[in-house]
Design a protein around this ligand. Structure first.
Ligand SMILES: N[C@H](CCC[C@H](N)C(=O)O)C(=O)O
Length: 276
């Protein structure tokens, strides 16, 4: 079954996007993982399937990691999908629905897109964590790393604050932190170096994907956790390996994320060639 796909990215966090709005597609976690494989498949950080929007949402976005797991949020893909749907509709504002909620996204000058990523969820059961605890100081250490903060953007995030991001062995520490039993649904692990109250550096070991060049929901979580700790204000530029996002934690608790979108190429693939 030949189907068209679009290869997109947000600051190098890359996606294979399939469109199942007109016709349902036989996508299984195994097939998603096979397509996301960077050697045997097309390769991507997340595998995105568009499904019909309804009741106020222009599109439903299904998000899977390369390990086949489903996520409730993907900030960079939210901007990319919104730009696609907005171009089709001839509009500059659309609503992208995920399993975690509806995300209004609008076009800004200069090819940037701003997504309302919804409210940051700050309770231990919302992250979720394995037991009741202060989400501002988790009892979790790995070497020199200690006491991350945690929140959810529709997906779980832990944020460690470090004096020198370049000195952190992210690929060594990431896997064991992602799978620590304190996170019953695993977690995305952010490492933050605060430069000043309006600028932070961030690297993310993503749940189900590993090290990526950028993580939109991770940038939202990092700013919220930094502001909760009093390390930044509620508005900051987040410098990721792939580029910058501007994040604002609004007074109503919603988090706005502004950044670019890009299409690398389009093509078609034979679904039957990718697992079952
Ligand atoms: N790995 C994440 C999903 C993708 C998040 C990231 N690519 C973003 O832009 O937010 C998770 O399992 O929660």
């Amino acid at each position: 079954m030949m189907v068209p796909f679009r290869k997109m990215h947000g600051l190098g966090n890359d996606f294979v996007v399939l469109d199942a709005r007109a016709t349902p597609l036989p996508i299984t976690p195994g097939r998603a993982a096979a397509i996301a494989d960077r050697r045997r498949g097309i390769g991507c950080d997340q595998f995105i399937v568009l499904e019909p929007g309804r009741d106020g949402a222009d599109v439903f976005m299904r998000i899977r990691n390369p390990d086949g797991s489903e996520s409730g949020a993907c900030g960079n893909a939210t901007r990319c999908v919104a730009s696609l749907v907005a171009a089709e509709a001839g509009r500059d504002r659309v609503v992208v629905r995920t399993i975690a909620g509806d995300l209004p996204v609008e076009a800004l000058p200069g090819g940037l897109w701003r997504a309302d990523m919804g409210p940051a969820r700050l309770g231990w059961q919302e992250v979720p964590l394995a037991a009741e605890m202060d989400t501002l100081h988790l009892p979790l250490t790995r070497g020199v790393l200690a006491e991350p903060a945690a929140c959810s953007m529709g997906n779980p995030h832990a944020t460690f604050f470090v004096p020198d991001l370049d000195a952190v062995p992210v690929e060594v520490l990431g896997p064991s932190l992602e799978h620590d039993p304190i996170f019953p649904e695993r977690a995305n692990i952010g490492f933050v170096q605060v430069l000043d109250p309006a600028h932070i550096r961030l690297t993310v070991w993503e749940r189900g994907a590993g090290l990526t060049l950028a993580c939109g929901s991770g940038a939202c979580a990092a700013l919220v956790n930094a502001a909760r700790r009093g390390l930044t204000g509620r508005h900051a530029t987040v410098a990721l390996p792939g580029g910058e996002l501007v994040i604002e934690w609004r007074d109503d608790g919603h988090v706005l994320m502004t950044g670019p979108v890009a299409t690398a190429f389009t093509g078609s693939l034979d679904l039957a060639a990718y697992g079952a």
